[in-house]
Design a protein around this ligand. Structure first.
Ligand code: GRF
Length: 191
């Protein structure tokens, strides 16, 4: 059986990208073949180097005005595209080339606290300001609207009275590390 090939797109630190790469490092089923970022200063690129995963960066022109990145994913025979802290909307040509093969993780219980501009600490600040009893993670397919594709998995976390955006972010990251790689594995199984 040939290994399924995962590409990860990330804009920032990339701790999920690292966790996913490590999870599949000994897998017979799949591997992280490529890490892509829209930021040349993203720490995820440093992680990719340390993990020995090929990486490259791209700019708005490469991503939106040309289909260069879509073609790269095709040339690299990528089976599943994973957005892990990736902040740009995915262009139509990429959605068409990878139908039901692009997934994202959002650090809250969608459809609440999602959409354009809802990322990072802003999400956790908004959840706490709204006095929610629960937050969590949502793993979903990606479509042409931010955070609105079909849900694959949601996992809830309780919010304590003394919770801060920082403590909530930490709690959510732990859930992401536990559930994102396993969910990627089951999506790959269903391809
Ligand atoms: C995660 O919380 C993820 O849910 C969100 O962005 C964050 C990325 O964190 N989409 P990291 O770069 O993987 O550390």
């Amino acid at each position: 059986m040939t290994k399924k090939r995962i590409a990860i797109l990330a804009s920032g630190s990339g701790s999920n990208a690292q966790r996913i790469t490590e999870y599949f490092a000994d897998s017979e089923q799949a591997e992280v073949a490529l890490i892509l970022s829209n930021r040349t200063d993203a720490y995820v690129l440093e992680r990719a180097r340390k993990l020995n995963v090929p990486s490259r960066t791209f700019n708005r022109h490469d991503f939106y005005d040309s289909d260069e990145i879509t073609r790269l994913l095709q040339t690299e025979k990528i089976d599943l595209v994973v957005l892990a802290g990736f902040l740009w909307l995915v262009p139509q040509h990429m959605l068409c080339a990878f139908p039901n093969r692009i997934i994202n993780i959002h650090p809250a219980l969608l459809p609440k606290f999602g959409g354009k501009g809802m990322f990072g600490t802003k999400v956790h600040e908004a959840v706490i300001a709204a006095r929610e009893a629960m937050s969590g993670i949502t793993i979903h397919f990606v479509n042409e609207v931010y955070d609105s594709g079909e849900h694959i998995l949601q996992v809830k976390a309780e919010i304590h009275p003394e919770e801060t955006p920082e403590s909530l972010a930490e709690k959510i990251h732990q859930l992401e590390y536990e559930f994102f790689p396993k969910t990627i594995e089951s999506v790959l199984d269903s391809l």
